[in-house]
Design a protein around this ligand. Structure first.
Ligand code: ZN
Length: 509
């Protein structure tokens, strides 16, 4: 059993290292957990939504189980490749265990050249992703209705759109529903870049498009609502020198300051182009990916953010554990006010606006549920604190794929522009997959707008170009069959979601 299989077995079991915890509390405390519990003390916070946590955990197990079974099923199939009824048995096993069929030609050719397990492995990864998308509305129904940060809450805080740029790192890819407890609705855009170094020009264009909708009256309450940009950097509290953000050499300070610089550049770009005061609100958030605890940087009265002025939800969790819900909320408000007034050399000018304060308070409170989720379901700290992604998604986000370490996500329009993000992803997968003889599966995904004539075909063509560019850029892997690409498109305003585009369809065009 290699490292990856061991990790998958561990994940399949739904618990971390043996004896570390059960659903009732912490039996043995891992290093640096958010919550250290003494004997007899309960680890149940009054502000945690336990039902929501149960729903999210059920979903996590369902999705992880789908991928964790793949290697075992392929091994079983491989053991029977010389049987007379091999193809039928293999299909039956795949259907029963994985929920889809395997490509017939690969099975039929096995008798002469051996079973192409690399091709089957990628086929299984892509089809498992497909199942996640197809079953998303049923499998996510339990938690999507309970997430506290929804469009109503965002509106009440004064925001019509939230544009989030986390790092491309797989550990941040469940950020909306899990870490932030934010409903991944159409007015929430996630565009991930290595090191959270988002494309300022692209963001100006996205902001401008929403601004046109707002000014044209197409947006309800548009006259009083604003656009919010959030940059999310990350760190590792238990292994800061090695498991932080690779794009910043695991340097926590550099990750923070670089993300903040991009936010400042975005504000400046919009103010300069459209007049002072046009710039959107910005928020800087850091995630400790070992625990999913947050640093929320507090903007001042001018919306300015400082790397040193933040609240820590891990600390809030510990300080408010045991308080009633009402008392805990009062304490959270005090802790926010304390940081605002005594920010030391991070002190800003005045206090943040009411809407922003409401949002920061809601995010801090919502994250307490995620902290307890990691305590209850992942022994206080994830068993795998590093990379463990199943594939790379390149292009635009698939809204229905939401889970930590499910995929590495490079937001890009062209491979030339997105090369640094793709290079980091490929490097991660050289360790995760190629080192064990497995190919790197890359899903190229773009959105189109069905209201615009020809939009779908252009999205397909773009996916095709990006796929070709990826194959060209990593030719060493592609030639050895160690890089497999699939393409899919989604309608931004309709029902088609992550429909896989067959090569033939592209070739016919
Ligand atoms: Zn990173």
């Amino acid at each position: 059993m290699n490292t990856r299989q061991r990790m998958q077995a561990l994940r399949r079991s739904g618990v971390g290292p043996v004896g570390m915890a059960d659903a009732g509390g912490i039996a043995a405390v891992p290093e640096h957990p958010a919550c250290v519990i003494g004997s007899g003390q309960s680890c149940e916070h009054s502000l945690v939504d336990r039902e929501l946590n149960r729903e999210l955990f059920t979903y996590e197990q369902t999705v992880r189980g789908r991928f964790a079974r793949i290697v075992g099923v392929l091994k079983q199939i491989s053991a029977h490749q010389h049987d007379a009824t091999f193809a039928e048995r293999a299909q039956q096993l795949a259907l029963e265990q994985l929920g889809f069929e395997l490509p017939r030609e690969v099975l039929d050719d096995a008798w002469v050249s051996g079973l192409d397990l690399r091709a089957l492995h990628s086929h299984c990864i892509f089809n498992s992703l497909k199942l996640c998308v197809e079953r998303a509305s049923a499998e996510q129904a339990g938690w999507s209705q309970r997430l506290p940060i929804d469009s109503n809450l965002l509106h009440s805080c004064g925001y019509h759109t939230v544009d989030i740029s986390p790092c491309a790192d797989g550990r941040l890819q469940g950020i909306a529903p899990y870490v932030l407890r934010l409903l991944p609705a159409p007015n929430v855009r996630v565009k991930a870049y290595a090191g959270a170094l988002f494309d300022v020009d692209g963001d100006v264009a996205d902001w401008a498009q929403r601004e046109v909708e707002r000014l044209s009256g197409a947006m309800e309450d548009g006259d009083r609502l604003n656009y919010l940009k959030i940059a999310v950097y990350h760190l590792s509290s238990s292994n800061p020198g090695a498991q932080g953000c690779a794009a910043h050499g695991s340097n926590d300070r550099q990750a923070t300051e670089s993300a903040l610089s991009r936010l400042d550049e975005l504000r400046e770009a919009i103010d300069r182009s459209f007049g002072v005061g046009a710039a959107p609100d910005v928020l800087l958030i850091g995630v400790d990916t070992d625990l999913d605890a947050l640093r929320i940087h507090l903007p001042d009265a001018f919306g300015d953010v400082n790397p040193h002025r933040y609240i820590e939800t891990g600390k809030i969790y510990r300080e408010t554990l045991g308080l009633s819900a009402e008392a805990a909320r009062v304490r959270i408000a005090e802790m926010i006010a304390d940081v605002e007034s005594t920010g030391g050399w991070g002190q800003g000018q005045g206090q943040m606006r009411d809407g922003m304060r409401r949002l920061v308070s809601a995010l801090a409170e919502a994250n307490l549920s995620q902290i307890e989720y990691v305590i209850k379901h992942h022994t206080g700290r994830y068993a795998v604190i590093g990379h463990d992604e199943e594939c790379i998604v390149a292009g635009e986000a698939v809204r229905t794929l939401q889970l930590r370490n499910l995929f590495y996500f490079a937001h890009l329009d062209t491979v030339e522009e997105g090369a640094p993000d793709m290079d980091v992803g490929i490097k991660i997968f050289r360790n995760l997959n190629v080192a064990h003889g497995l190919p790197v599966p890359v899903l190229v995904h773009f959105e189109y707008d069905s209201r615009i004539p020809g939009s779908r075909q252009r999205a397909v063509d773009r996916a095709c170009r990006v796929r070709d560019a990826i194959v060209g850029r990593y030719a060493d892997l592609a030639k050895k069959g160690l890089l497999t690409c699939a393409m899919a498109v989604s309608d931004r305003n309709g029902d088609e979601c992550c429909d896989f585009v067959a090569d033939e369809a592209v070739a016919d065009h």
